[in-house]
Write a protein that binds this ligand. Sequence first.
Ligand SMILES: NC(=O)c1ccc[n+]([C@@H]2O[C@H](COP(=O)([O-])OP(=O)(O)OC[C@H]3O[C@@H](n4cnc5c(N)ncnc54)[C@H](OP(=O)(O)O)[C@@H]3O)[C@@H](O)[C@H]2O)c1
Length: 314
Amino acid sequence: HASAISCFSQSALQSVLWLFIYLFFLRWNQKHVFITGCDSGFGNLLARQLDQKGFRVIAGCLTEKGAADLAAATSPRLKTLLLNVTDSASIRSVVEFVRREVGERGLWGLVNNAGRSVPIGPTEWMQLEDFAKVLDVNLIGVIDVTLQFLPLLKKAKGRVVNVASILGRLSLTGGGYCLSKWGVEAFSDSLRRDMQHFGIKVSIIEPGFFKTGVTSVDLINADLKRLWARLPQDVKDSYGATYLDDYIRMQGFSMNILCSPDISKVTWCMEHALTAQHPRTRYGAGWDAKFFWIPLSYLPSFVSDFVVNVLAKG
Ligand SMILES: NC(=O)c1ccc[n+]([C@@H]2O[C@H](COP(=O)([O-])OP(=O)(O)OC[C@H]3O[C@@H](n4cnc5c(N)ncnc54)[C@H](OP(=O)(O)O)[C@@H]3O)[C@@H](O)[C@H]2O)c1
């Protein structure tokens, strides 16, 4: 008799446990999240992380290979789409697909994550189109994607998560990157205020330095050499013969120290912004962002100029 009771209570406990697990997954499995730039880095990890939690993830990838690799690593629930955020027509067709997928529920989450860093380097080495290349992806792309998704986000009273950077608070280097991230900060602030009326919440992620494609020193150095090679001789002379090599050496040295391999610190912030009842407006991601770069950005410019100069010269 006693063993029958213990058997019964064990199976009751098991059923309750399964019910909790079922309810946990049910909580998110009607919610759709669209993420840009899922081929690699933060976007790729976030797509896999949310897929495991039961979200209906629609992942925008720039390349066929990125899409195929992600699809192979995730559940059949996750859908991949090709998306180039600099191409309005490409965004339009993605929005059409998402509209059919989400139906009357609308889109719960939009994560504007796609981005590029190069060309990045000394301002004088840039030409106008170098600025445009980065601004087109990191800022105009974010604006275009957001505007086209707004009707679906309003339907769900959803969330927008924009990936800025600590370089959107401190301009540490020349080229379009810092400009684009300052732009993302400003765009997100106005969007948040304008969309409050519709119940849409907007969060900004401000990561410090992490080891991913955008911080790849091989990529950045190869591009720096290209920028240097096309400079007129008198401009090169004004910098001196060793400037490029010193710049590359110092940058490699500091990136090596600064870049954290643990990119989940960023995706946890993104997940919080999508799931918390009260998401934060800004998330500083990584110790360097929280305890160094963001505090430094509040100090007077002569202090941050001094610190940045010391770091750059080593
Ligand atoms: N890593 C950091 O330290 C750091 C710090 C602060 C902010 N961020 C920001 O975090 C976001 C994600 O970057 P990540 O660090 O994860 O680097 P990542 O691995 O290079 O991821 C960026 C992704 O965006 C894709 N992409 C580039 N151009 C695109 C376009 N025109 N349309 C659609 N997708 C495009 C890239 O594809 P391809 O690889 O095929 O080019 C790549 O998959 C970016 O906005 C970046 O600026 C990164």
